[in-house]
Design a protein around this ligand. Sequence first.
Ligand code: AMP
Ligand code: GLY
Length: 415
Amino acid sequence: MRVLVVGSGGREHAIVDALFRSPSVDKIYCAPGNAGIAAQAECVAIKDTDVEGLKAFAKENAIDLTVVGPEAALAVGIADEFRKEGLKIFGHTKSAARIETSKEFAKELMAKYDIPTAAYKAFDNYDEAVAYVEARPLPAVLKYDGLAAGKGVVIAETMDDAREALRDMLLDDRFGKGRVVVEDYLEGPEFSLMCFVEGENDYPMPVAQDHKRAFDGDKGPNTGGMGAYTSLPFITDEDLEFAMEKVMRPTAKAMVQEGCPLTGVLYGGLMKTADGVKVIEFNARFGDPETEVVLPLIDSDIANVFEAVATGEKPAEIVWSKDVTLGIVLASKGYPGDYAKGFAIRGTENVDGVVFHMGTAVKDGELVTAGGRVLFVVAKGATLADAHRKANEEVAKIECDNLFYRKDIGHKAFK
Ligand code: AMP
Ligand code: GLY
């Protein structure tokens, strides 16, 4: 197979790496890719949302299968366009991707099909939103309805905070003209459950947990994710069964009934509350950085899984390693705020483990920082304690003047 992967981050590096291990793949292209991906795939300079450019490339290069990383590409209809041309693609249609791109669509779907989630209401009017928040217990969770690069969620502890956030989103149109979903605040440990989904069929991957805050002890601003690990001691087999039977499978079925079947990854951002597992959010794609800790554990040929989902067939049984992984993000100082780029990175070749590139470039023959999140070091072990120790030892081998990382990834599992 000749495979094209769309995207340029650590998630796409992990997808490329899993395809690289596949015996049925001869050639991997990645558009646009990054400096690390270039070691395993041929990077082509086409933007991930340039559907016409990607389609032309796939045709000219006899691509057998395209795998989409980012939601932005799904949101502009890459899967619809490829399918129209008879090109095989792993990724949801624009209409199915609404499960991520529209919070209101996702919440309405959950309400209609009894999928457990926080009570909510959607607003486009500032005064009505304020009145609703006033009538509910605090804290209130305010979510901008649309893609806001992870910055569209505010947990308001006070009415003043709530008014300010609603003003931002509804009166000042900080993320554009849009609606806001106001929902009740839930409590409990969060975890990510990703499934390969084809129509009504869900095939779960190992669960993982992300770390959204920038600094140790879950302090500092929210980020795209500073680390992740698999094997969560506080999520039992019963929790997983509940999550599959009450959340993931009913959601796949609901999407079929709504006329927009899923054909890619369904990511459940879930919370284990006192009343059972509930949905915090759905994503229509692989999570980042969860994918970087999950895909190194696949023992099956991932190309066959992608192909089966893309063509509406049942994949052969998917086998996962019993090992545990833990990964640490190295981010540019200042991230998730402003940061400088172009700092030399040394020592990645000394790391015993996997180093996924999230935002790097090569300048004058030297590896340099080129994004907010820069590298992701993943260690494998028989236990989480092993993986934690090893990841921390290995991450320390990377030298760069402008990177920072968290030393406590996995801390919730050790409590
Ligand atoms: P989201 O973009 O919907 O995943 O929200 C980002 C983060 O906000 C989540 O990972 C949670 O930590 C938090 N969050 C979102 N919704 C709720 C909720 N209803 N209750 C408590 N925390 C929430
Ligand atoms: N790790 C969270 C996400 O991919 O949205």
